[in-house]
Structures are given as structure tokens and as C-alpha cells.
Write a protein that binds this ligand. Structure first.
Ligand code: C2E
Ligand code: MG
Ligand code: MG
Ligand code: MG
Length: 281
């Protein structure tokens, strides 16, 4: 039944706003119990070196398989979790699960975990990160947290301070979906990001020959280079797109062309194929 329902189940209701609200309420109730019922799992998408194609790490992407709604996209349930104040427990579960898993990979392979702006509002979040590292045994340098520009919108310096304390743990930060939010460049000089992730929309635009998209990728690459940051092109789907973003100077690439988000066992197998068996016990 879950499989039949799938994503389509929502579309039938979308025109009527009151039904949308009702749908959200029902979805929220289901979401509340989802973690403890074991309905969530993580997939891991490869991130590779743009020049050599060597596996550099994986991005953890949360999946929710609801018995009632089928597989619900994180694009839908993460914003709902944020509004329903469920993002803290879900985010903590994602972080701990990803660290536990990555600790079993070859030491060259990093793990990137998405963190919502709401999680950074909680001062206790730094302790959660430290605890996830300690209990998994994952070295801090192998963990990268992905945040979006929205982090800096509401709380300004509060988020900056939290990010500083996370950097002090030795964890890396990357700026996700760059260019899609409302942003000023000021925080790029205040917060030490290791990499900027260029949103798929620019990669897509550039591959269609949109001049502005190409110009923006060039500018972001130049900016990142001068700040000593890497650039990851998101959503690379074809060989032609890979060649293009490589020529534009992106240092890492991620997308269906290199691999879809993988179940945990396949991700580990790929890591071991790429780097050999882990040295960690
Ligand atoms: P994101 O962090 O920008 O993640 C990349 C999204 O692009 C993923 O969608 C991935 O499956 C998709 N993608 C990767 N390569 C390609 C490609 O070549 N073509 C296309 N069309 N898509 C590609 P996904 O897994 O549906 O996640 C969507 C968003 O949900 C993520 O965007 C992220 O913002 C959020 N998200 C996912 N997992 C988590 C999580 O654990 N915590 C939080 N806070 N947000 C999450
Ligand atoms: Mg991300
Ligand atoms: Mg992204
Ligand atoms: Mg994106």
C-alpha cells in the first residue's frame, strides 16, 4: 500500500487550500511518530573530485517511508518538521546515524549532514554535535555540516557564534544551495566555510547555455578561490555538465551522473572499493 500511495497521493488534494491544511495536520501527526516507529532512514550520495572523479565523501539525505503516505520527500517534510518543532529530534537522529555510519568508512571519506537554520537557534546544538562525534568515534575533521544562507537571515550574529563553536570542534562547514537565498556576502568573511555548494539551478542553466548562470558560476568559483574555499557543483546529471563545471573551475561535483543517493550498505561498499577497507576497528 505504501508503495502505491507514493508521492502522488498529495497532488490530488493540492488545489483546495483547506484540504492542504488538513493534509498538513494529518502529515504532522504521522511525522511525530515517524522516528520512534523506525520509518526514517538515510541515503548517502557520493561527492567526487571534479578533476579525478575520486570519491571524497557522501552527503546524508533523510528519507521517510510512511505506511500511510508512502515515501515523502524531505522537500515536503523538513519544512513541516521545522514548523512543528520536530526538526531538533529528527536532525539529531540524522546527525548521530550519519556519524555512526561514517565512522565505519575508510578514513579518507567524509560525511556531510544538512542542518536546518532552526537547529542552529538552539544553543544546545553544539553539545549534540560534540556528543555525536564522541559516541561514534568519528574524527571531527571528517564531518561537514551543510547550512544554507537562511541561517544568517533571522538571527544574524547568533548563528555566527554557534557556527564558530562548531568550527572550534574541528568540524567543517559548507554553504548549501548557494545563490538561491536572500543573502549578503558579509558572512562569507565572518564564517570560515570549507566549501560553497553551487545550486543545481545554476548548473542546469549553464548547461542550457544561459549566460547569466555561467557568469554566476564563474564568479562564485573566483570568490571561493580567493577565500580559500572549495566549490561543489550540485545536481550534475550528464557528462556534458560535468565537463562544463570542471572547465568553470568547480573542485567537487555531486549529482546523478556520479551516483544517486545510495542505501547505507551500497555507500559503504563504494567507499571501500574506492579507498580500501577501513583502518578503524
Ligand atoms: P540539498 O541539501 O541541496 O540536497 C541535494 C538534493 O538534490 C537531494 O534531494 C538530492 O537527492 C538531489 N539531487 C542530487 N543530485 C541530483 C541530480 O543530479 N539531479 C536532481 N534532479 N537532483 C539531485 P533530496 O534528498 O530530495 O533532499 C532535498 C533537500 O531536503 C536537501 O537539499 C536538503 O535541503 C533537505 N534535506 C535532506 N535531508 C535533510 C536532513 O537530514 N536535514 C535537513 N535539515 N534537511 C535535509
Ligand atoms: Mg545539502
Ligand atoms: Mg544542496
Ligand atoms: Mg540544492
Amino acid at each position: 500500500r505504501a508503495k502505491d500511495a507514493g508521492r502522488g497521493v498529495f497532488h490530488a488534494y493540492e488545489p483546495a487550500l483547506h484540504v492542504q491544511a488538513e493534509e498538513r495536520r494529518v502529515l504532522e501527526v504521522a511525522l511525530r511518530g515517524a522516528l520512534e516507529k523506525g520509518e526514517m532512514h538515510l541515503n548517502y550520495q557520493p561527492v567526487v573530485d571534479a578533476g579525478t572523479g575520486v570519491l571524497k565523501g557522501f552527503e546524508a539525505l533523510v528519507r521517510w517511508n510512511s505506511p500511510d503516505f508512502g515515501s515523502v520527500s524531505p522537500v515536503k517534510f523538513i519544512p513541516l518538521a521545522e514548523e512543528a518543532r520536530l526538526i531538533a529530534p529528527i536532525g539529531e537522529w540524522v546527525l548521530r546515524t550519519a556519524c555512526d555510519e561514517a565512522a565505519r568508512w575508510p578514513s579518507e571519506v567524509r560525511i556531510a549532514v544538512n542542518v536546518s537554520a532552526d537547529q542552529l537557534q538552539n544553543p544546545g546544538f553544539v553539545a549534540v554535535v560534540a556528543s555525536a562525534l564522541a559516541s561514534s568515534g568519528l574524527p571531527a575533521g571528517r564531518l561537514e555540516l551543510e547550512v544554507t544562507e537562511s541561517v544568517f537571515m533571522h538571527e544574524g550574529l547568533g548563528a555566527t557564534k554557534t557556527l564558530e563553536r562548531i568550527l572550534d570542534l574541528g568540524v567543517r562547514l559548507s554553504l548549501d544551495d548557494f545563490g538561491t537565498g536572500y543573502s549578503s556576502l558579509g558572512y562569507l568573511s565572518r564564517t570560515r566555510f570549507s566549501s560553497i555548494k553551487i545550486d543545481r539551478s545554476f548548473v542546469q542553466g549553464a548547461s542550457k547555455g544561459v549566460k547569466e548562470a555561467i557568469a554566476i558560476i564563474r564568479a562564485v568559483v573566483a570568490l571561493a578561490q580567493s577565500l580559500g574555499m572549495a566549490t561543489t557543483a550540485e545536481g550534475v546529471e550528464t557528462e556534458a555538465e560535468h565537463e562544463m563545471v570542471q572547465e568553470l573551475g568547480c573542485t567537487k561535483v555531486q549529482g546523478y551522473y556520479f551516483g544517486r543517493p545510495l542505501p547505507v550498505t551500497e555507500a559503504r561498499e563504494l567507499a571501500i572499493r574506492s579507498w580500501g577497507a577501513t583502518r578503524a576497528a
